[in-house]
Ligand binder design. Structure first.
Ligand SMILES: Cc1cc2nc3c(=O)[nH]c(=O)nc-3n(C[C@H](O)[C@H](O)[C@H](O)COP(=O)(O)OP(=O)(O)OC[C@H]3O[C@@H](n4cnc5c(N)ncnc54)[C@H](O)[C@@H]3O)c2cc1C
Length: 467
């Protein structure tokens, strides 16, 4: 008999939810995690620290209050790394505590160390002192996540030339920062440092950033970031980064030189499969360390599953959790639903972005007709009260049946507000519901009604012309 029914490797969102789901089904469950990494990248180096840092930046800089109290308004003149770190460490500590308590309440055994396959049903758990213990399980769920990808040509030193993990241990808030890569992580950090007053330059090989998001929203974000003195270098490739006494010089292939105190590479992430000895289990990973799975998150070895960032797109905490739960249910023979195809995206830039469904570009390309309904925060009482005069909510509506094809939000509370649209879309609702519904006043949620009315009026106008 195996030591456990289900063994989970990695305690990030995917692993955690898999372990809890299996434990709720009364299975004997263990989770393997390295020391000081309970909660995974999500809690320790990724989602939670970055989102807490953002909250600390917004509070201490007073950025969101300047519309009301003037451009010189600040809660603290010199924001230090210590100011930012206090809040981050506090939240990480609490979150780790919550996860430990959930695992223990559900009788999930926590095995500390790094897991390595010995055979398809056995892993060796090796701690930092080299001591090991072999454990066997009927089913194994790999949820080992990713680490920042580091180009071999760049000399990372953890202080001047860093990756996104290095942001959390910077000794000071740099005066100037080059961000290489305008993906979600790169742009989120670029906007936080710009808000702190750091002179930020973003270098991106592609001509656009966040090309999967609504173009109008991305343009609005770029406008705001430029207003915070961010310089964009699109269509540019980094040729070399040279360390100098006062920082580093980033050389671009176009010949430009960008001096900065710090350079942060945000050049994608690599699956954490190198230490797993996958071959011993009969598994392989691709050249980016990712493991292939089927619709039920099963690998090519049927009793071994993989979930979360280690399987690639969309690499979000939210989806990783759901994948973990589904994989555990499948592994335990529990009837299950597939993951819902409608998935929200939240981008915690300053200001934030969130969307669900399709963009205008996607619909146009697919020749799907749509009407646009827009609400601007400045026309909402709540927008004026909170001093957000730039936010907006956009509904993309089918003229055929008035259903929602996409919802795009930019500005305060975007990532929360989006879920109203998600609920309407998920339940097959139309803008008729939003037009007829009464919303609390004054709220930002009211923007749904305003945007729905806007779309309805435009549809009515088309109908009149067609008479
Ligand atoms: C800076 C940053 C910001 C982000 N912001 C957001 C956001 O706002 N919203 C969002 O939804 N997502 C965000 N993400 C992505 C999110 O963090 C990931 O999608 C999520 O953490 C993936 O979860 P996971 O379960 O795959 O495991 P991870 O959280 O990656 O954790 C994997 C764990 O496995 C452990 N592990 C690896 N190998 C072994 C081994 N051999 N033995 C034992 N343990 C092992 C690791 O120690 C780690 O703790 C962000 C990521 C980063 C880096």
């Amino acid at each position: 008999m195996s030591d456990f029914d289900v063994l989970v490797v990695g305690s990030g969102p995917g692993g955690q939810k898999a372990a809890i789901a299996a434990a709720k089904l009364e299975k004997r469950v263990a989770i393997v995690e390295r020391r000081n990494m309970i909660g995974g990248v999500c809690i320790n180096t990724g989602t939670i620290p970055s989102k807490t840092l953002r909250e600390a930046v917004l509070y201490l800089t007073g950025l969101n209050q300047r519309e009301m109290y003037g451009q010189s308004y600040r809660v603290k003149d010199e924001v230090t790394v210590a100011d930012l770190g206090i809040r981050t460490q506090h939240v990480i500590g609490r979150e780790v505590d919550v996860i430990r308590s959930q695992l223990s309440r559900n009788h999930v055994a926590v095995l500390t160390g790094s897991a390595r396959f010995v055979d398809p049903h056995t892993v060796d758990v090796i701690d930092e002192l080299g001591r090991d213990v072999k454990v066997s399980a009927e089913k194994i769920i790999i949820a080992t996540g990713t680490r920042p990808a580091r180009p071999a040509s760049v000399e990372f030193d953890g202080e001047t030339i860093i990756d996104s993990d290095g942001i959390l241990s910077l000794p000071v808030v740099p005066d100037s920062l080059v961000v290489v890569g305008a993906g979600v992580i790169g742009i989120e950090y670029a906007s936080m440092f710009a808000a702190l007053g750091t002179k930020v330059t973003v270098v991106e090989r592609r001509e656009r950033m966040l090309e999967f998001a609504d173009l109008e929203v991305v343009e609005a974000l770029k406008y705001h970031l430029r207003d915070l003195a961010v310089t964009f270098r699109f269509g540019e490739t980094v040729a070399a980064v040279e360390r100098r006494p006062r920082g580093a010089i980033t050389l671009l292939e176009s010949g430009k030189k960008i001096p900065a105190e710090c350079v942060m590479y945000s050049a994608g992430r690599h699956g954490m499969t190198g230490e797993l000895a996958l071959e011993a289990a009969g598994l392989t990973a691709d050249d980016r360390g990712r493991i292939a799975v089927d619709a039920d998150y099963r690998t090519e070895v049927p009793h071994i599953y993989a979930v979360g960032d280690v399987i690639g797109f969309p690499s979000l905490a939210a989806t990783s959790m759901e994948q973990g739960r589904i994989a555990a249910h499948h592994a335990c023979g529990e009837p299950l639903h597939q993951i819902h195809p409608l998935q929200p995206i939240g981008i915690y830039t300053i200001p934030e972005i969130s969307f669900i469904g399709r963009t205008e570009d996607e619909l146009t390309k697919a020749q799907v007709p749509f009407e646009v309904g827009i609400s601007r925060y400045r026309e909402l009482a709540r927008g004026q009260i909170i001093g957000d005069t730039y936010g907006m909510l956009k509904l993309l509506v089918s003229p055929e049946d008035r259903s929602l094809l996409g919802v795009h939000v930019f500005g305060t509370g975007a990532t929360e507000l989006l879920h109203i649209g998600q609920a309407v879309m998920g339940c097959g609702g139309t803008i008729d519901y939003l037009v007829d519904a009464v919303f609390n006043y004054p709220t930002l949620a009211e923007s749904y009604k305003v945007a729905a009315l806007d779309a309805m009026n435009k549809l009515r106008r088309v109908a009149k012309f067609e008479l």
